[in-house]
Ligand binder design. Structure first.
Ligand SMILES: O=C(O)CCC(=O)C(=O)O
Ligand SMILES: [Mn+2]
Length: 200
């Protein structure tokens, strides 16, 4: 599919439903967006519990959404922050590209290549079955991997500044994904995963 002359690539082995579009920000200035997000986001450094062990999460995070969009993962109930005008603007871009509406976003800050996001699926009950998640990347390029739960087949892409991944279908049920540590990356990256959580 070609939108505004930019190719959207399907990432589709087995039942993985995901697309990658290299630049979705039109004529917006990604450096300005990065700086504004970096400065105005109330970044949290969280402790997460995985398989009974507690760790410092190796990145900074912030959860934003509609007033009833509550979310928990890895034993943490996220503090809910309001939409900012910039997050609303980015949400609209992602909604248009994915043809889906979102009521919340998890914003991740990877300070450099030492920060990472280990193997996981976005399969919390409040996301429902077969969720659509739009993942916008700003800043340093980072590797992104999908791994099939049974066959262990790995699919890898580099997520560039201004790019969008849209995950849907069985991509959370049958696959995990990660952003591995990359010792050679010295620059920061902000990632925004727009989601639709069931409201209580
Ligand atoms: O940083 C990324 O590209 C992915 C983030 C992610 O998987 C998540 O927030 O659940
Ligand atoms: Mn994820």
């Amino acid at each position: 599919m070609s939108l505004f002359g930019i190719e959207t690539e399907e990432i589709l082995p087995y039942d993985l439903s995901a697309t990658y579009t290299p630049w979705v920000l039109g004529d917006l200035d990604s450096e300005r967006i990065f700086q504004q997000l970096f400065n105005e986001t109330p970044w949290l450094s969280q402790k997460i519990t995985v398989f009974g062990k507690t760790y410092d999460e190796p990145r900074r995070v912030s959860w934003h959404g509609d007033p009833n969009a509550h979310y928990s993962y890895s034993g943490i109930s996220m503090q809910l922050n309001p939409w900012t005008p910039l997050l609303q603007e980015l949400r609209e871009i992602c909604e248009e590209r994915s043809n889906h509406s979102f009521n919340s976003v998890l914003v991740n800050l990877y300070r450099n290549g030492q920060d990472k996001n280990g193997w996981h699926s976005d399969n919390e009950p409040e996301l429902g079955t077969e969720p659509v998640i739009a993942s916008l990347s700003i800043g340093a390029s980072r590797r992104f991997k999908f791994r099939h739960r049974e066959t262990k087949v790995v699919v890898e892409r580099t997520l560039e500044n201004g790019s969008l991944v849209v995950m849907s279908g069985l991509s959370q049920k049958n696959w995990e994904h990660e952003v591995p540590r990359q010792a050679n990356v010295t620059e920061p990256r902000i990632n925004l995963t727009f989601r639709s959580v069931r409201t209580k």
